[in-house]
Write a protein that binds this ligand. Structure first.
Ligand SMILES: [Zn+2]
Length: 132
């Protein structure tokens, strides 16, 4: 079971790192993200997105409580940071795909450049995304 999960993880990782954010709705994502990037003079950074096959896999990979969130920003000490999301078709069906990606990307910037603690990040992101 563990081996299978790791294989699934790696396959997804490779596929998604190859496509990065480009295979998805980059236009909408940039529309949401650009005001933040412009304000702080940041570039649009590519970040690896790992799509979990299901809620169970999402929970195993992120170690977050079941059904807690649609995405998670994972900070890695030795490797590059990445984002884990629930299956894309579910996020799209719920109409939260782009906002989930932007939410997690904002965690990336706030962690990397502002060293902002988690709870403040949640509040900041919630307020920021209200505009859209
Ligand atoms: Zn968050």
């Amino acid at each position: 079971m563990k081996k299978l999960l790791i294989v699934i993880f790696l396959i997804n990782f490779i596929i998604l790192s190859a496509y990065s954010i480009h295979y998805s709705n980059e236009f909408k994502i940039k529309k949401y993200l650009n005001p933040f990037l412009k304000k702080h003079n940041f570039n649009f950074e590519k970040i690896c997105i790992l799509e979990a096959d299901n809620l169970n896999e999402f929970t195993v990979i992120t170690k977050l409580p079941y059904s807690y969130t649609a995405g998670a920003y994972i900070q890695n000490k030795d490797e590059k940071d990445y984002i884990v999301i629930l299956p894309i078709y579910i996020l799209k069906k719920k109409g939260i795909f782009e906002k989930t990606i932007v939410h997690e990307m904002l965690h990336h910037y706030l962690t990397k450049y502002f060293k902002m603690p988690g709870p403040y990040q949640e509040q900041f992101i919630k307020n920021y995304l209200k505009k859209f």
